[in-house]
Design a protein around this ligand. Structure first.
Ligand code: DGY
Length: 426
């Protein structure tokens, strides 16, 4: 496939999954609007239609909760092909939504849309209208998910990380019961190969947490402390830190000094606290189980994603070195888990496969840090994956085999982004 063939195939997928004011991640498996999918998809949409790209993020934020949370799913239309649907979440929102959140990539996406806009006046108007909403979401995170003020936020459900069944969660997840949940039928395994998806035991626990939070009326002042699952994920925090830093940059441009100040302060506290997650032994960051206080011995891509945040040049170099070492065992960078770990699984969702969105964020950060060689290796692997396996949800890092859902929106958006710029150069 030539770059132009890839571009037109990607544009076709974005159009096909466009529902007017939002996109679905893919037909069948994910028939609603997902939070971080939409924000990253907006970057690809901007190459086709800037106005439509802004609308994607505006639609998401139109469903922000009064407390500031932006939910991980907005159920715009009825569709019983997905489980758990709005009746299970029962969040009582005017348009039904889920009751948990997702990686806060909106601040980053907003800056990128603003910087690349050709219609500067429209961009100012639309960015200004979203600035306060994104700031409120950031404030919500530190208030609700960092009650002790350590500078890092916890996720309270694996779905919040976006890395649903990562090996990172296995031990902490054991603490979540499986009993007492309402009987249910999974729908995901009717759309995708069950061997590529989470296990039934994991689904039981996902549902147990949803039922627990629902029983507390989705009151975020209670959920963090009530959750048996509280994990501080370096990848999630890096995305939040980057979004805070980018929102501060945007607020300066839009002459909103107070929003700039608080977001800069959040980013710098977060960066300092992130150091507590560094593992010299693994040469990368690790998650911390907030219930036990211990680092989780699981070398996943969550610990490489901090490259996306403005970490020190020494840390960025160490992550680049670690990724170069992974290239010896994974033909298609960047595997979501280290193949040398016996728990690695090449096709099972976040336990090994390669994802283009993660590649994009890591490559972006490494480019900013001047780690060109590794950034280029990730970019080439991403383009090769499209040529080998089409626009899949994720890929086997050894063979490039497409896994999960097909004709995937954010995969198409990310390859458009990779192709937009020439190879990063010194
Ligand atoms: C799913 O249903 O697999 C989603 O990842 C949850 O958001």
């Amino acid at each position: 496939m030539t770059p132009n063939d890839i571009r037109s195939a990607a544009a076709e997928i974005l159009r096909e999954n466009d529902r007017g004011a939002y996109t679905v991640p893919t037909k069948g498996l994910y028939p609603f609007q997902w939070n971080w999918d939409s924000c990253l998809t907006a970057l690809g949409l901007a190459q086709l239609d800037e106005d439509r790209a802004w609308t994607e993020i505006e639609t998401l934020f139109a469903h922000q909760w009064p407390d500031g949370m932006v939910p991980h799913i907005v159920f715009h239309v009825y569709d019983d092909g997905y489980f758990p649907g709005p009746d299970v979440w029962a969040t009582g929102r005017p348009t039904p939504t889920s009751g948990i959140t997702q990686p806060p990539v909106a601040g980053f996406a907003l800056r990128r849309l603003f910087e690349t806009a050709t219609d500067g006046e429209a961009a100012k108007r639309r960015a200004r209208a979203l600035l306060g909403a994104v700031d409120r979401w950031h404030a919500w995170f530190y208030e609700m998910r960092d009650p002790a003020g350590e500078g890092l936020v916890a996720i309270i459900h694996p779905w919040e990380s976006g890395r649903d069944n990562s090996i990172d969660w296995d031990d902490a997840f054991e603490r979540v019961p499986r009993d007492g949940i309402a009987p249910y039928t999974r729908r995901d395994t009717q759309h995708a190969d069950p061997d590529h998806r989470p296990t039934n035991a994991q689904y039981d626990r996902y549902l147990w947490l949803v039922e627990r939070f629902r029983s507390l009326g989705w009151d975020n002042t209670k959920l963090h402390d009530a959750s048996p699952f509280q994990v501080v994920d370096p990848g999630f925090n890096a995305i939040l830190i980057r979004s805070c830093a980018d929102l501060a940059w945007l607020a300066d441009w839009l002459d909103e000094p107070e929003i700039a100040r608080v977001n800069r302060e959040r980013a710098s506290r977060g960066l300092a606290a992130l150091e507590s997650l560094w593992s010299a032994g693994h040469g990368q960051y690790l998650c911390r189980d907030r219930r036990t206080g211990a680092l989780i011995d699981s070398p996943s891509v969550g610990g490489l994603l901090p490259a996306f945040a403005p970490i020190s040049p020494a840390r960025a170099k160490a992550i680049a070195t670690r990724i170069q070492a992974l290239a010896a065992s994974a033909r298609y960078l960047v595997p979501s888990h280290d193949p040398a770990d016996p728990r690695f699984s090449a096709k099972r969702y976040w336990r090994g496969p390669t994802w283009l969105i993660v590649n994009y964020m890591i490559a972006d950060g490494l480019t900013r840090a001047g780690e060109w060689e590794t950034a280029n290796a990730i970019r080439s692997a991403s383009i090769d994956l499209i040529t080998t396996g089409g626009f899949a949800e994720y890929y086997d890092p050894h063979t490039g085999e497409p896994c999960g859902g097909g004709r995937f929106t954010w995969t198409a958006a990310m390859v458009l982004e990779f192709l937009k710029s020439a190879e990063p150069q010194p």
